[in-house]
Design a protein around this ligand. Structure first.
Ligand code: PLP
Length: 396
């Protein structure tokens, strides 16, 4: 793969007609090392955030040995790319065929569940295996997160005790897992969820071997500046230490977004301008799914030189014929940006590059490696600690 220093040099060299994905392996490796070194337990990469084989190899090389997979296709993919990886099948609703293939063909021993039906399915599909690690998914609040994962999965605390007890009977290792929702904006999200885990454990009076705090670790986007990840790790560590099973249990997490958001950005071309709306060549059915469907704001910069320093708030239309292919933004760009100009959209490594479809004939995008820094980083230590604002002592 050809390597360029940055987006500007890509545009100068190629004047690309199609969107181009720019990958920054050094940024993903830095995130992976951060989790491997600083999270007080084991970090599983949640593959759905970005299943690119190139990225999987980067994470493996930087010390991520465990992978949270959610479908049999993800199991096969990660097994083929990383033959020695530990795979954890963490979707609480699986087909029997998927469980059997994962167990018998791909060596998967860790499964999650949130119902007695799923437990029976796992036992049957593995022929009553006695070497399973089974994680019961508890429903927790998503109130501190930008994207909820609370409605669909997880058993209610009130119903958890019988399921924990039944799972304990067949599991070699018993875990409790949850997901606080994606882009959790405060460490408190995990503290309250761990309090619910405590109640479930006490209620069921079982020993637990794994506490899995799931994903939800944030990245940095316009208008969404979370506290440093060290604060999350510290709060999780303290909350988990205070559980009645802390002396015997392992702590796990399942970061998706936080490990790969900084990995990719996207170069798009402006095809047309109409007032404060720009028609660009990627959108709702491409890498900008979240920008369209949940109004996510991504950082942008104009790659055409000589444009005005005065910025205007723009919205984007994507290339398909569908009115839903619209991204409200606001995206701050030079007031005189025009057709033929290029824009770099940053922080698209998570749930961006992975979401591209071929709807309406659009969806091709070349991937190119670049070596500059992502538009924002949780891992460079240059960010001001937001807590400092609360602690300022005036010298005057
Ligand atoms: C999506 C998902 C993750 C990753 O979530 P992020 O918010 O991207 O960190 C982790 N675990 C499970 C079970 C998931 O469904």
């Amino acid at each position: 793969m050809h390597q360029y220093p940055d987006a500007l040099s890509v545009v100068r060299a190629l004047s690309p007609e199609e969107p181009v994905i720019l990958n920054r392996p050094h940024a993903a490796a830095r995130a992976a090392r951060f989790f491997a070194e600083k999270f007080p337990g084991k970090s599983l990469y949640a593959v759905k955030a970005n299943p690119s084989p190139d990225l999987l190899k980067v994470l493996w090389g930087a010390g991520v040995t465990h992978y949270d997979v959610a479908s049999i296709a993800e199991v096969r993919l990660v097994r083929s790319v990383l033959p020695e990886a530990v795979l954890c099948f963490m979707h609480p609703v699986k087909s029997k065929g998927a469980i059997a293939e994962a167990y018998k063909v791909h060596g998967v021993r860790v499964f999650s569940l949130d119902s007695h039906e799923e437990l029976a399915k796992i036992v049957e599909a593995t022929d009553g295996a006695t070497d399973l690690s089974l994680c019961v998914r508890l429903r927790v609040s998503s109130e501190f997160s930008e994207l909820s994962l609370a409605a669909k999965f997880g058993i209610d605390l009130a119903d958890a005790a019988p399921l924990l007890q039944a799972t304990r009977q067949v599991a070699d290792a018993l875990g409790v897992c949850f997901h606080v929702g994606s882009q959790a904006m405060t460490p408190f999200a995990y503290v309250t969820a761990i309090e619910r885990v405590r109640a479930a454990i006490v209620d069921a009076a079982v020993t637990v071997d794994i506490i899995d705090v799931g994903g939800g670790f944030p990245s940095i986007y316009p208008g969404m500046e979370p506290p440093p990840l060290e604060d999350y790790f510290g709060a999780i560590d303290r909350a988990a230490e205070s559980l009645p099973v802390s002396y015997s249990s392992e702590l796990w997490c399942e970061p998706g977004r936080a490990l790969c958001a900084e990995y990719s950005s996207l170069v798009v071309k402006v095809e047309k301008g109409r007032g404060e709306e720009l028609y660009i060549n990627d959108g709702a059915y491409g890498a900008l799914y979240d920008a369209a469907h949940v109004g996510w704001r991504f950082p942008v910069r104009c790659l055409t030189e000589g444009r005005s320093d005065v910025l205007t708030a723009f919205s984007f239309y994507g290339p398909t014929c569908d009115d839903a292919d619209f991204m409200e933004g606001p995206f701050q760009l030079p007031a005189d940006i025009q057709a033929g100009d290029y824009i770099e959209v940053g922080m698209l490594g998570a749930y961006g590059a992975a979401m591209k479809t071929a709807f309406n004939g659009f969806g091709q995008a070349e991937a190119i490696e670049v070596s500059d820094e992502p538009m924002a980083s949780q891992y460079t230590g240059e960010r001001q600690d937001p807590r400092a604002k609360d602690n300022v002592v005036s010298l005057r």
